[in-house]
Design a protein around this ligand. Sequence first.
Ligand code: MOS
Length: 727
Amino acid sequence: MDQEQTVTGKSIFRIDGPPKVRGEAKYAAEYKVPDLLHAYVVTASIAKGRILSIDLSAARQFPGVVEILSHKNRPWFWPVSFLYKDAAGPPGKPFMPLYDDRVHFSGQPVALVIAESYEAARDAAALVGVTYKAEPHATDLARSPAFIPRKHRIGVAPVPHPTGDADRAFASAPVKIEAAYTTSPENHHPMELFATTVEWGDNIVTVYDKTQSPKSVELFLKVAFRLIGRKVRVVSSYVGGGFGLGLRPQQSVFLAVMAAKSLKRSVRLVLPRDHMFALGYRANTVQTVSLAADEKGRLQAIRHKAIAATSQFEDAQDPILLFSASLYRCDNVKLNYELAKLDTVSPCDMRAPGAATGMFALESAMDELAYALGADPLALRLTNYTERDQSENRPFSSKALRECYAQGSERFGWDKRSHAPRSMREDKELIGWGMATGAWEAAMSPAPARAEVRLRSDGKFEVTSSITDIGTGTYTILSQIAADELETPIERIVVRLGDSALPFNPIQGGSWTAATSGAAVQSACRKLKAKITSQAKKAGVLDRRPGTELLSASALADLLKLRRGGELSATGTMFSPPFGKRFSSATHAAVFAEVRVDEELSVVRVTRIVCAVAAGRILNPTTARSQIIGATVMGIGKALHEDTAYDHNLGRCMAHSFGDYHIPSNADVYDIDVVFVDETDTQVSPLGVKGVGEIGVVAVAPAIANAIFHATGQRMRDLPITIDRLA
Ligand code: MOS
């Protein structure tokens, strides 16, 4: 099919849009199930200690209450760490709610009320009286001793290879800076709350769950609740955002299935917004970066140390230092990574985990170095541009970062920037322009991913895979790929996703779904096309005039009739990565930000952002652009708003809603301009796709912090940059 007729690469509106707008797309808490009970979680009010007693007398008498579970009367379950390993899990023992009388963190589930209605469960939960024996706790990263993790998380290298002798090079270099940066804990708040509806049947348990991995949840439940002989089906057809919190099976699905198994009834559990603060968070960090350069601005040494929060029971790890060794040309790199155990829930992946925090420090430090040199911040990046990954000593599969700098700066008008801080203003507002580089891995799923395509009797092609669409556009891009591979109009493609009964495809995350699932669909379609072509030829129904569909709907119907209902289907499997260790692969971005700072009130407005992205082939400019805009807004939140504030005396998170956990509102978001630069990559994936889910967030916070320095002359090294810190 010639270029003109292909739909891949075109701006197709998302096909899940209309069903979502019409309310036909069902989310986990929306499935109608007969005789449904509702559950509500009672949470711990201390950060560490033991449960002494649980008084249920008042709660049990509350009208509508059916059962109240705690560690004392819960059904048996298996502590899964022996048999089940989370693909996204760090070393340690995953938290299991209602396991015993230990309290590991404030907000931990300690009891579960199950009632005839949500309201009854919620109100009765307030009547459960728990007494504790509290023990001294630690929730403050700045006061907690750190250690070097001995075991590393599978598939993630939190510390890349160091090179040279950074200490000696730093000592002898003519220009140098050293600074400490901190980032706040942040929580995932996708629009859809974490929720599970369990439909309990004698032979099959259907679990409608909010997750980024129906397959992981199915396996987890089978192991934990010994449901091996029973059929467990996990359905997550539509997911209202994930950001990484749904990579692992969550407390909500565990508790809902526990209740259903205990009562042999169908149960729904919807976590309210304030309970979502106890599910996982982006680890807060304390970082030190030292950079040294010669007079021409060539980097002589990079030293980057990060201390990150983790829980007492897992060594959560983020690739915070991932790009400090590979983004710039430098012979001497030294990296240190440490964790501090806190009495909190385990931190977990959150959009561009590690990179978004580590690159805030590195890219702020690069701006500081530019000012120490008297150099333009963009020129300094170009001076230190590298075509090789020095840490791994190998080339990049592709790297169009130079074009990102060029097109982004031109779009922004960077050449009109005056160098000196406080040199641009309009009325009472100081204007600042800042920039930063972003990078993220261009990966494929570490486990093989499958997709199936089947010719239906109505002449449509049905593509199926267990992978979810967490709002990213997966339904749409898979439809586009299938339409082109099968040389058929996109209207004749039906995509079904998010169901563990469908072909195995492990996890939506890591920005790898488009590349991995797309390649699996491509392979399945190619196989099916070969089958159809040969059979249609034999049957004499093939229409191969140029410019026409591979097969018209009526020809396909004839073919199926000739086959007398026999199936025509094919499965594609994607193994990764195709090129082994010959290349490093990453997506890149250059972000340029304009801020306006009210000189009297210190209110910051981010009035303009240009984000130039190199992410290989863009399958759909509309959905890809939406990914980058969403990530940019998240970056504004990271820079200015998001902070899970703790009362360290209580060891308790003080945020309970969007009233006290601030995210950008519409009024905080002005102009966001997204540029995709051309990047051809024949190595990274069969489709040349690198992924756009995460790259958009990485460079936004440092670009804004650097713009604030340019506006005010104040170097803001602690996130978020709130009014009180800036004043
Ligand atoms: Mo992403 S943090 O892999 O959902």
